[in-house]
Design a protein around this ligand. Structure first.
Ligand SMILES: O=C(O)c1ccccc1N[C@@H]1O[C@H](COP(=O)(O)O)[C@@H](O)[C@H]1O
Length: 218
């Protein structure tokens, strides 16, 4: 079954609603550029609540424009507040990712694997993944010259070639286009914020229901 990651909850009731559909991953946005950004104490409360009722959901911190040190500090804070992150999703380039991994080794909390975000502007191939390896998973999102993510603009699936690396596809995915984009991209799953919202950070129950029904029907 395809993996599903839902990002961008800012309200506790939305987080619990999303969790009730049992996605594989929930993404919590810490990018200072995002309308969906969270402060650490709100994030800790929501992650704790979700984890207590839905222990199988994995929690992804979504970073873009954050410093390496601030990511590490946030990871420590959340771990100390019983809300540790399972993965760190990072939009920055190769050097940033390697530095983050190196500095994680000096922390006294378990290192959360990094999920690199690739935003292709031309046809991708295995080499694009090698530079940020090793990782258990990548996210391939639509490129935007200004926004770092969460634009709701559709990814161009003509840029996808068969690759050996597991990735989630993101960029303007919704209930109507999710299955087609998944098939055309060859992704292991889908990743979305805007497509299940009525406004940035406001989850829409009907859109969530449509998405999960379409994705899970055989
Ligand atoms: O959602 C955001 O606001 C955001 C801000 C900065 C970096 C990443 C962000 N979200 C990621 O964007 C993609 C897809 O978004 P959408 O479905 O097109 O709205 C997803 O990976 C989110 O985690």
């Amino acid at each position: 079954m395809a993996l599903i990651k839902i990002c961008g909850n800012v309200r506790h009731e939305d987080a619990m609603l999303v969790a009730s559909f049992n996605p594989d991953f929930m993404g919590w946005i810490f990018s200072p550029f995002s309308k969906r950004r969270l402060d650490r104490s709100r994030a800790a409360r929501m992650i704790r609540s979700v984890r207590s009722r839905h222990p199988g959901i994995r929690h992804v911190g979504v970073f873009a424009g954050n410093s390496v040190l601030s990511i590490l500090a946030l990871g420590r804070y959340l771990a100390e507040h019983e809300a540790s992150l399972d993965f760190l999703q990072v939009t920055e380039g190769t050097g940033f990712i390697h530095r983050l991994r190196d500095l994680q080794r000096g922390e006294n909390i378990p290192a959360a694997p990094v999920i690199p975000v690739l935003r292709p502007t031309q046809r991708i191939d295995d080499l694009d993944f090698v530079k940020t390896s090793p990782s258990p998973l990548w996210v391939l999102d639509r490129f935007d010259p200004v926004a770092k993510g969460g634009t709701g603009q559709q990814i161009d699936t003509s840029l996808f070639a068969p690759v050996r690396y597991p990735f989630l596809v993101a960029g303007g995915i919704n209930a109507k286009n999710a299955r087609d984009i998944l098939k055309q991209s060859g992704a292991a799953g889908i990743d979305l914020s805007s497509g299940v919202e009525s406004a940035p950070g406001e989850k829409d129950p009907q859109k969530l229901e449509d998405l999960f029904r379409n994705m899970r029907e055989s």
